[in-house]
Every structure is written in structure tokens, then in C-alpha cells.
Design a binder for this molecule. Sequence first.
Ligand code: SF4
Length: 355
Amino acid sequence: MEERNELLITRLERWYADHARDLPWRHTDDAYKIWVSEIILQQTRVAQGYDYYLRFIERFPDVSSLAAADEDEVMKYWQGLGYYSRARNMHAAARDVVARFAGHFPSTYDDIRSLKGVGDYTAAAIASIAYNLPHAVVDGNVYRVLSRLFDVDIPIDTPDGKRYFAELAGAMLHRENARVYNQAIMEFGALQCVPSGCDCEQCPVQDMCAAYAAGCVGKLPVKQGKVSMKSRYFYYFAIECNGSTWLQKRVGNDIWRNLYEFPLIEMTREVDFLELQQSDAYQKLFEGVGRVTFTAQPYSCRHVLTHRIIYATFYTVHLDSVSSNISHLTQLPTTDIERYAVSRLTEMYLQWREK
Ligand code: SF4
């Protein structure tokens, strides 16, 4: 390895020893727990994921307990974290570990990578952190640190960029100490070499940073594409009748799969209540129910997901009787709703209603 890279590694690892945050998953080499932490921390900030991790590990301390759990319960422990396919995939992978590896979390990169929901980054993170195997991680933090240290402006969201940075990360890896090095470079990106406003004057590798020397720190890393946002219009009906309410489980290949929600009418554009009332879906929902009493003002909000903006309105409705058209939905005592895993959007409505 080049002398320059050796010096960079030494300084990053020393910086890590002095600055690493004290996090529960850093006190274990249990691959299962590291896997859980890695999945939670995909798309989730450490501050938000911290308590979820502790609760999840307390309830599912090993892969067997997760595999044996009911999916609804796993989803409930995930409620509020978003990106629910992570929880579904973890549950399926835990069952796979029991079936294929007799309940022992796999210990090679390829076997780890073969689990559902585990991509290149996560497999490298688990293999290196749990087993000290020489696989370089490349996450958003690593892209940023490497692009700046070496002043690379190849867009990171292109096949060329991904290939280039994977090779660069591999060349930089401290192979004998992958466990520490990988965590060091990710933590360095999370705390020191941050997206904007990083304190380069206090940086331990400033004299080796090509972007600092070139005065282009703020321009790196480069991204090519902007994500296009799609708008969706959800109209929910929180129905109450004789102490019961009704939920439906979302199915199909869409957001929030396997989470519960109130009966929903989705429209292709924003509509007023009159137009909503005239829709076939509304007529079907309230067919033959007699009087429909709205017991609260509608609750409206705008909820932003990765590729979508949801414009949602919740109607709180009391009925004397319900339509047979909702008999296929889950009927439950209104007071039991807390037991069901719901999206953050529905949770926001429930919190609003509690006030
Ligand atoms: S000098 Fe600034 S841009 Fe370069 S590695 Fe350090 S913090 Fe990052």
C-alpha cells in the first residue's frame, strides 16, 4: 500500500479512537446485532434509530426469536421508522438463517450477502465489523470522504461512479483491521467531513485532502440525477360504530406494505368533499349506512416520502351501522388500535386525535 494511504489510515483510525460515539452496537461482535443495527441505520439517523435498536434487541435478542415472531409484531416494533420493507426482509432473512444455517448467523461475505435485504454495503459492514473480514464499505459518508480526499468528481449515482469508488475504497481498506477502519471512515464522514459546513481547519487529514487544496470541498461529492417526486392524494375514513373501528392491511407492491390503515379512497388529484362524496369508492364505503356523522374537523397534512408526496385528509366518522362492503376489513375495538402497526402518517393522525 502506498505510504500516503497508510498515513491516511493511521490518522483516520486515531481520530476514530478519540471521537467515536459510544453506541450500543459498537460493544458487540455478534453478527445478528450488528445486522439489526445496520438495517435500522439504513435511511435512519443514529439519534432516531438508537431507541428502536434497544427495543428491538430486547424483544428479539437473537435470530431465532426474530424468526419465531409473528410478522405483525415485528412490524409493530418497526412502526415509525419508515421504509418498512426493511422489517419484512429482516423477518424473512431470519427465517432463512434458521432454515439454511441452523440458526447461526452466516460468517462469510457471500452467505451474508445472500440474505434478503442485504446489499453490498450491508454485507461488507457485517462481514468486517463482526468478523474482521477485509471488505470495504461504501456508504454515503464514505463517498463523501473519498471524493474529497482524492478530489474525484465522477457522479456517485452512476455505474461508473459506483465502480470507481468501490475500487478506491477497496484500495484504501486497512485489510488487517477492517473492523476498525470501516467504522472509522464512516464515523469520520458522519461527524467531521459532513455534507456542508465541515470544519476543515480542525481536520486531522487536511494536509492530505485534495479537495481542500483545490478549494472545492463544497462541490463534492457530485450527483447526476435528481429524483422526480410523484404526488398522491389519500382520503382516509376513521370509522367508529358501536365502539369498533375498521382497519385494512396494505397489500401489493406499494408503500407501507403489511401496515394497517383506515379505509382509504385514493384519488388521482386533489378533490373537495363534494366530489369525493360523488365518487364510486365513497358510495361503496357508505352504501346503506344511513346517517354519516363527522365528529371532528378533517385532519389534513402533507407527508413526504423518498419519491412521493402524500396529500392526506383524515375524516373522523361516526356511523349507526356499517356497510357490508367493509366486512372484509379488520374490525377491532377502537381502544385496541395501538396494537396495530401503522404508517407514520396514520400515527400522526392518531396523535392529533388524542389531543
Ligand atoms: S479537509 Fe475538510 S473536506 Fe477534507 S477530509 Fe478534512 S473535513 Fe473533509
